[in-house]
Design a binder for this molecule. Structure first.
Ligand SMILES: [Fe+2]
Ligand SMILES: [Fe+2]
Length: 321
């Protein structure tokens, strides 16, 4: 098998040099103990984002600095090993000269079909009966200003759903989970309305917390304020524009958004105080945890090992056989 994508690189190819077209996402200049400058370059394609060392940085500094951010480049990579981990070293780097390749080719995209996700979102919107709650969704998602953004944004920086349409996929997944609980526990229509609305809005603030792809990482608003407060703040300001929005629904929906991380140490300023909010929190946690385990196992290409390495957010390794 030849290597076509970054995710194909594994220990079978040790000491080989391969050539790939990738997107350059970040250059970090560092200094060795011998005072020589080198670069740690983050490269990505649709399959994976990874780092490679570039020891010849000093000699080629001008060329690297000339690259625009998100330049499409052709690299020769040597596949090596350092302390038991694969290490990539850039042997040659240059601008890719193929105009038919665009940045979109290098952005990881949700594997779920977009149209079916849109339909799913509409299905849950239709299940909401109370007009004032529907109006809130109209103002925050189903409108010109936010709909496209909501449907294309990432849901996380690393860990889970960090791809094009990630926020939509994650939101939909949580909607399906909460819906199962709502049906099994026979919640009332009033509770179902509130649950769907708070679920759709729970991570809405991520559209402001994260930069838009292909940029990755947090915005200044994200670092200073975070998606929990941002989501609650915008929700409150939209609620105030809606006539006849009752105080009980307002409190329950806002508490659901503010409490969805479930505990103060995970960034929620208040605990979930309604049954709807607790269901949302548990469903949200399940969606994030399961996705992070699955993608971690997918990235693990070491077939000799029975277990993955330890997944930091879960505190354990996973059995692969
Ligand atoms: Fe969240
Ligand atoms: Fe979430």
């Amino acid at each position: 098998m030849s290597i076509k994508q970054l995710k194909d690189i594994n220990k079978d190819y040790l000491n080989q040099t391969i050539e790939l077209v990738v997107l350059l996402s970040e250059v970090k200049v560092k200094t060795t103990k011998a005072d020589k400058r080198y670069a740690e370059i983050t490269i990505q394609d649709a399959s994976k984002m990874t780092e490679a060392k570039y020891w010849d940085y000093e000699e080629n500094e001008a060329m690297i600095k000339n690259f625009k951010s998100h330049e499409i480049i052709r690299v020769k990579l040597q596949i090596g090993e350092y302390q038991g981990q694969l290490q990539l070293t850039i042997k040659e780097i240059k601008k890719a000269e193929d105009d038919s390749i665009t940045i979109k080719n290098f952005i990881p995209t949700s594997s779920v079909e977009y149209e079916s996700m849109e339909k799913g979102l509409k299905y849950f919107y239709d299940r909401v009966e109370a007009p004032h709650l529907k109006e809130l969704l109209d103002k925050m998602i189903f409108c010109k200003e936010y709909y496209e953004k909501f449907c294309t944004y990432v849901a996380a920086k690393k860990v889970h759903h960090n791809f094009y349409h990630g926020l939509l996929q994650h939101t939909l997944e949580v909607l399906k989970f909460v819906n199962t609980v709502a049906n099994t526990k026979k919640l009332s229509q009033k509770q179902i309305d509130r649950l769907i609305v708070m679920t759709m809005l729970h991570d809405w603030g991520k559209m402001m917390e994260y930069k838009a792809l292909p940029d990755t990482g947090l915005t200044e608003e994200g670092i200073m304020i975070g998606h929990i407060f941002l989501g609650a703040h915008y929700t409150l300001s939209k609620i105030e524009e809606i006539q006849d929005f009752n105080i009980e629904d307002k409190l329950v929906v806002l508490n659901g958004i503010l409490g969805h991380h479930g505990s103060l140490e995970f960034g929620s300023p208040v605990l979930p105080k309604s049954i709807e909010a607790q269901i949302l929190h548990q469903a949200d946690k399940m969606s994030g945890d399961i996705e992070s385990i699955l993608s971690f196992m997918n990235e693990d290409t070491d077939e000799d090992e029975a277990f993955t390495k330890k997944l930091w957010n879960m505190g354990t390794e996973y059995y692969k056989k």
